[in-house]
Structures are given as C-alpha cells and as structure tokens.
Design a protein around this ligand. Structure first.
Ligand code: ZN
Length: 147
C-alpha cells in the first residue's frame, strides 16, 4: 500500500451530483496518511448544506475497503472553490456546469462559450449552484457558486 495508491482510489469517488468530478478534483481531500497499515483520510466538507457528506464518507470507506480506514471531516481551513483543480474545472465544464469564478467577471456559458450571460436565479437545484441564462444561445445553464 502506498499513498499514491490511496490517492488513486480516492479519485474513483465522485461528487454525488456531478459524477465525472472526483473528490480529488474538487480539492476535498486535505490529507492522506498511512499509519502502521491504517489509512487516515481527512476531508474538507464542501458547501455547507450540501447534504452529501455522509454519503461521501461511505464512498471513501468503500473505495479504500481493503484497508482499515478512518475518514474524518476537518474544519481547520474552510474549503473554497479555489481548491478545485484545473482538471476539476474542466470536468465541470464538460458536465455543463460553469466553473466558479475566482474573480468578479462574466460567467462563461458552458454550452457555447459566450460571456453574454446573466444570473437567472441564485437558487439552483442545489445550494452550491445558481442558474444562469445565456443571451447568445438562449439556454439556461448552471454555474457553481464561488465561495
Ligand atoms: Zn450559450
């Protein structure tokens, strides 16, 4: 067992709402430690109110099932959308969700790439996402809120 293997296994655990985005892409994994054959994984909870934390914890335990594992949520430093990896941002886009903006600016439509977009509703299907509308292709789309 190596730390690399543990990270590879963690990459198979997907966000419950965006199945092509792993918790590693999301930047949720704070620390992986192997201590005398025991795996310790520290996760940073993402958006407060996302009701999936327990589910994710279970999936991490399943992914690491061959090894005794302790999964813990840590609150040392808050997770922010800046922890999303470049790959994570690409995957969001592939899924049709605009990645969060790290600085103020127009949100790019994931469907046609236009920046002629406006906020339609701050309340998307989940607390993490807002609905935007693209004035170019005239389609609504979701954007992950930056926090
Ligand atoms: Zn568009």
């Amino acid at each position: 067992m190596s730390t690399d293997e543990i990270w590879d296994r963690l990459k198979t655990v997907a966000d419950p709402e965006i199945p092509n985005l792993s918790i590693v892409d999301l930047g949720m994994v704070d620390r992986v430690e192997i201590d005398q054959g025991h795996v310790k994984v520290d996760l940073m909870p993402t958006f407060v109110g996302c009701p999936a934390l327990h589910w994710i914890e279970q999936k991490v335990e399943e992914a690491l099932a061959p090894y005794p594992t302790t999964v813990k949520f840590v609150y040392r430093t808050p997770w922010t959308t800046e922890r999303l990896t470049a790959r994570g941002r690409e995957r969001l886009l592939e899924w049709g969700v605009a990645p969060p903006l790290n600085q103020p600016g127009p949100v790019t439509c994931p469907l046609c790439g236009s920046q002629k977009t406006h906020l339609n509703s701050a309340f998307g299907p989940s607390l993490c996402r807002a609905i935007y509308y693209c004035d170019e292709c005239q389609q609504p789309f979701e954007a992950m809120k930056a926090i």
